[in-house]
Design a binder for this molecule. Structure first.
Ligand code: UDP
Ligand code: GLC
Length: 416
């Protein structure tokens, strides 16, 4: 459980500092024996799910993933040999963070069933690992039933821009009274929870996501023209790519505005509306028509082969309008060896340094984004230099190996 604190300046905990030589030996032993039930609300493939995948796949002892919705995430886990079970309730899956107040009462019977289902599953494991907001609420509410240590992987910035008052109240209460351990995906996410729950900063260690560098290196990939030909992308143009689900706060509309301002620029949007944001997708098409940029814009939909798609573009854009909790797509772009222009807020500023390993612009600033694209297009040597530094940095700081080591140490340290 969490101690309350009034500390205004939480210390920055570098990933990995939790392990001294002594605790390392101790946790390694526990790590091999502690069984874990991982719970995730989504069957879709988002950043939180991509970060859980290698952890569940390589966990040394018995483990299972319990999903609260079915979808391609289940298939991916199963293909990695991870046992998966489902506890779906349509009424609960239908609750969205923006409609929480209206829907949760009607979903109460479903909520009770899911709390019980998670608790029943958890009884057979040593640790309950909750990977998403709904998993946190449903898993932690059942603590009196299962009485297992709870680890919550925080992938969100718990600010009022991202969440309503009810969700924030519930998270604050559960953090103080039911959660045993939190791991935050960035300092920005950690700080937001410390501010919300007034918990001790040292109780919210940060472990940044990591990427599989070999997967992104793809030595055997064909040249840029070959890749573009293979994907039906225009070959002899300057092409920007924006990778991620289509959702208002991911800011694809900002990229479209910038596209209209930069002559001859082409843009590919890779990703789909994973959580029902169909109205936003329609609005993007209408905006493209209004701006007259349809012939320079490609909607590629959700793609499985991100390394190749990233290598097929000249520059990668990140345009979130709200502070990004971490931003896996940024470290992936760096690993793919492409220059990244990103909105400077939240976890992004823990990854990118302006003009050193990327280019930062203020969020929602269309002019700054358009200017940045022009600058990198006009100075390919500088763009290459940024990309090379980014590749070095991602290998040093954001490898999947380092991520797994740190996560496993923290999780194992909670079971005793
Ligand atoms: N992604 C993918 N195919 C797509 C679009 C996105 O596989 O068509 C992946 C992307 O590679 C990244 C994840 O989805 O690993 C998005 O994670 P991020 O943390 O950037 O954003 P969020 O989880 O907030 O959507
Ligand atoms: C969430 C966040 C994203 C982060 C991912 C992995 O989906 O929105 O910023 O990269 O989790 O931690």
């Amino acid at each position: 459980m969490f101690k309350e604190t009034t500390s205004a300046n939480p210390p920055i905990l570098a990933p990995g500092i939790l392990a001294t030589a002594e605790t390392c030996v101790e946790t390694r032993t526990r790590q091999e024996t502690a069984s874990v039930l991982f719970v995730d609300q989504s069957g879709q493939l988002g950043g939180a799910e991509f970060s859980l995948m290698p952890l569940a796949a390589t966990w040394d002892a018995r483990r299972e993933v319990l999903l609260l919705s079915d979808g391609p995430f289940r298939e991916r886990l199963e293909s990695l040999g991870v046992p998966v079970s489902l506890a779906c309730e349509a009424s609960v899956s239908g609750i969205r963070k923006d409609t929480l107040r209206l829907h949760w009462l009607g979903a109460l019977p479903g909520i009770v069933r899911q709390v019980r289902a998670i608790a029943r599953h958890a009884e057979h494991f040593d640790i309950l690992f909750l990977n998403t907001q709904k998993a946190l609420v449903l898993g932690a509410l059942g603590k009196p039933l299962h009485r297992k240590p709870i680890v919550w992987h925080l992938h969100d910035i718990m600010s009022s821009e991202h969440f309503g008052p009810l969700q924030r109240f519930v998270v604050r209460w559960l953090t103080r009274h039911a959660v045993d351990h939190v791991i935050a995906n960035s300092r920005a996410s950690a700080d937001s929870l410390v501010a919300l729950a007034r918990c001790a900063p040292e109780n919210v260690p940060v472990v940044h996501n990591g990427v599989d560098l070999d997967e992104f290196r793809c030595e055997s990939a064909p040249d840029m023209a070959g890749l573009r030909g293979q994907f039906g992308l225009p070959e002899n143009v300057y092409l920007a790519g924006l990778f991620g689900r289509l959702a208002p706060w991911k800011g694809q509309h900002i990229a479209l505005e910038a596209l209209a301002r930069v002559p001859d620029l082409h843009l590919v949007l890779v990703g789909s509306a994973l959580f029902g944001e169909q109205e936003y997708v329609k609005s993007l098409h209408a905006q493209a028509a209004r701006l007259g940029v349809q012939d320079r814009l490609i909607f590629a939909g959700f793609r499985d082969d991100m390394p190749a798609w990233m290598k097929a573009v000249d520059v990668i854009l990140h345009t979130s309008t709200e502070p990004e909790p971490f931003g896996r797509v940024i470290i992936e772009g760096m690993a793919a060896g492409r220059p990244v222009i990103a909105a400077a807020a939240g976890g992004v500023t823990e990854i990118l340094r302006h003009r050193t390993n990327g280019w930062l612009v203020p969020p929602r600033d269309v002019t700054a984004l358009a200017d940045a694209i022009e600058v990198l297009r006009a100075a390919p040597e500088m763009a290459n230099r940024l990309a090379a530094q980014a590749l070095d940095d991602v290998a040093q700081r954001f490898s999947v190996g380092a991520y797994l080591d740190q996560m496993k140490r923290v999780i194992a340290g909670t079971s005793g």
